[in-house]
Design a protein around this ligand. Structure first.
Ligand code: HEM
Length: 134
């Protein structure tokens, strides 16, 4: 098994594995999320425009947390604030979104890459959830 220097290296390995397999996870994450929370579908008047940005920002902020990036706290505060305008979003919605994004990425990257990388994603997910809940 490959040794990876840091959580963010481990996380990037899964992103690269999913990229190499040319799987677009954006629709897959939304399918999964709407299957669990169908009531949220009507909150997205312009799903096509928001979908890619929402998945990308989730992944970027998780990698930013792993890197202790200077911008990441502000990014998380900003997107939580922004979402207050979008309707009632519960703690379960936030948590499931984050988990489902990671689960979908892990499936897209394949078992081998997921085995190496998923724990690093999950560690940062736990931090992100705690920040959102606060
Ligand atoms: C880490 C979690 C999340 C991140 C980083 C995130 C990020 C984003 C971004 C970047 C946008 C696009 C904003 C724009 O285009 O101006 C967006 C839109 C949106 N997000 Fe999220 N999001 C997250 C979780 C959620 C959750 C859990 C919900 C629950 C339903 C949600 C509901 C929405 C809605 C309703 C929109 C607007 C859609 C529209 O205008 O059509 N988001 N999100």
């Amino acid at each position: 098994m490959t040794e990876l220097a840091s959580d963010s290296d481990a996380m990037m390995a899964l992103l690269e594995a999913a990229g190499e397999r040319e799987i677009d996870i954006v629709p897959l994450v939304f399918d999964r999320f709407f299957a669990r929370h169908p009531e949220t579908r009507e909150l997205f008047p312009n799903l096509e425009a928001a979908a890619g940005r929402m998945v990308n920002e989730t992944l970027e902020a998780l990698v930013g947390l792993a890197d202790e990036a200077w911008w990441v706290d502000t990014t998380i505060i900003n997107f939580v604030d922004l979402h207050r305008n979008f309707g009632t979003i519960s703690e379960a919605h936030w948590h499931d979104w984050i988990d489902m994004t990671i689960d979908t990425l892990a499936e897209a990257g394949g078992d081998e890459a997921a085995a190496i990388s998923k724990p690093a994603w999950q560690a940062q997910a736990a931090r992100m959830k705690a920040m959102i809940d606060a």
